[in-house]
Design a protein around this ligand. Structure first.
Ligand SMILES: [Zn+2]
Length: 464
């Protein structure tokens, strides 16, 4: 492990910004309790709870702020009890883009106390917010301090800030046109991103195709299904010779053959495998391209625990039983940590989640229930149509791009849900700002045992 980074939800970022910049030009301070996402190469802090320090308790000037030790003591018990990291945030109202000498002294003292009190041998952190909302920071470890390699905010907009001088990836001639279309800023950002796509069939294969053409840095593909004859009509890049292969392997080769330098991690497993949960948790952005309520329920939870922006796709076709269709529609949900959830938006019901879980874990019991008529329609599969899937995939990737590098005229808050009605050729958009009470307590909680607080995901069950 040699890198540290920080993820903040849009709501926590707003809360910090309001407190750190009250408009008087003086520095302010807040603490945050953070979860941890440990991977082989990175230790990611995820903001779980913001604890502002009252202005009246601080000594504030335009270039310094001090606070009473009680402010820190108040959160250390929570940090210890829940194994959370302590992150100190303060403001630099005069746009000073580095830690000052005063900061160095203050951090040395603060984090010596934190380490002494928690005695956990774990890294904690210190971050600075600038008046334009940008954040930079550093991990405070036993071995010294280390600058965050990235700070990200998953809100209405997606912000990714990297180390100065560390954001100039190599571009070759193939990407020149894209540099001009969306601007070099967008292409550079895409190049740095690791994006997870869960579900690599009808809509997922088109999403993968588009993200590959955008030359994102890395794709993590999750799907445990193999290509079959019956789905050749809807998986882009799959052909007759691929029948029997894992879909993720076929798409991996297709993306690599594009020659745009995208790395692909193909994982032929179900998302309910703890290895997949951790792989997806490491991604900067996730796309859900599943036709199951259970998978979407899980992915929404992962994205909350690990502070990730989540784009969810669905296509719905309803046959009229006489060879025609009653309904053909598609939907793209954008879900941000701390915001509303798919469940809250009624994208599925808990009964569907339960039924699908039963089908996955106990097929015999599922069949028995189904015969008894308890589960309505759980066995139905919408007939696939490639052009519809392609349209919805395009809407989803555009939604992602517009939040990464805002280019459209409407407010992103009005586009939490984008629906396309193929019967009427009608696009509609909706706002869905209500916080999900089920997921809100878990935002930024990071790694817990068992994973996501669900005993069915215990890492101990995993083979080494
Ligand atoms: Zn400072």
């Amino acid at each position: 492990m040699n890198k540290y980074s920080l993820r903040i939800s849009g709501r926590h970022h707003d809360q910090l910004r309001r407190h750190l910049f009250p408009g008087d030009g003086l520095e302010a301070v807040a603490f945050a309790l953070c979860g941890r996402n440990r991977t082989d190469e990175e230790h990611i802090f995820t903001v779980h709870k913001v604890v502002p320090v009252a202005y009246a308790d601080c000594d504030r000037t335009p270039i310094s702020v001090t606070w009473p030790t009680e402010a820190l003591a108040a959160i250390l018990d929570d940090a210890r009890r829940q194994g959370l990291a302590v992150m100190k945030f303060h403001s630099h109202p005069e746009f000073f883009e580095r830690f000052s000498k005063l900061d160095d002294e203050s951090d040395a003292e603060t984090f010596a106390s934190v380490s002494a009190w928690l005695d956990d041998g774990e890294p904690h952190g210190s971050a600075v917010m600038l008046p334009d909302g940008r954040v930079f920071g550093r991990a405070m470890t036993e071995g010294g301090e280390q600058a965050f390699s990235s700070v990200t905010v998953a809100g209405d907009k997606l912000s990714f800030w990297y180390q100065p001088g560390d954001c100039d990836p190599d571009f070759d001639g193939k990407l020149a046109a894209q540099l001009q279309l969306f601007g070099s800023g967008t292409t550079a950002r895409l190049r740095r991103l690791r994006i997870g796509v869960v579900g690599c069939s009808g809509t997922g294969s088109f999403v993968v195709e588009l993200l590959g053409r955008l030359a994102v840095g890395e794709l993590v593909l999750i799907d445990d299904d193999r290509v079959e004859d019956r789905n050749l009509n809807r998986i882009v890049n799959a052909g007759e010779r691929h029948v029997g292969e894992y879909k993720v392997d076929v798409l991996k080769r297709a993306v690599e053959a594009m020659g745009l330098g995208t790395k692909v991690d193909a994982i032929p497993r179900n998302l309910y495998d703890p290895v997949c949960v951790k792989k997806i948790a490491h991604c900067d952005v996730v796309f859900g391209c599943m036709d199951t309520a259970e998978g979407r329920h899980l992915l929404n939870r992962i994205a909350a625990f690990y502070v990730q922006p989540y784009f969810d796709l669905g296509v719905h076709l309803l046959a009229d039983g006489e060879g025609g269709i009653d309904e053909a529609s598609g939907v793209v949900h954008y879900l941000q940590p701390g915001g509303s959830s798919l469940f809250g938006r009624r994208a599925y019901t808990l009964e569907e989640v339960r039924a699908e879980g039963l089908r996955r874990t106990d097929p015999e019991a599922f069949q028995a229930e189904r015969k008894a008529g308890y589960i309505e329609g759980a066995d139905e599969k919408s007939p696939p149509v490639a052009s519809l899937n392609c349209t919805i995939a395009g809407i989803a990737v555009n939604e992602f791009l517009s939040r990464l590098h805002p280019f459209r005229s409407c407010d992103p808050r009005d586009c939490d849900v984008v629906r396309f009605n193929f019967m009427e050729t009608l696009t509609t958009k909706e706002s869905a700002p209500e916080e999900c009470p089920l997921l809100a307590p878990h935002v930024g909680r990071g790694d817990v045992e068992p994973l996501l607080g669900w005993s069915s995901l215990s890492m101990r069950e995993v083979e080494p």
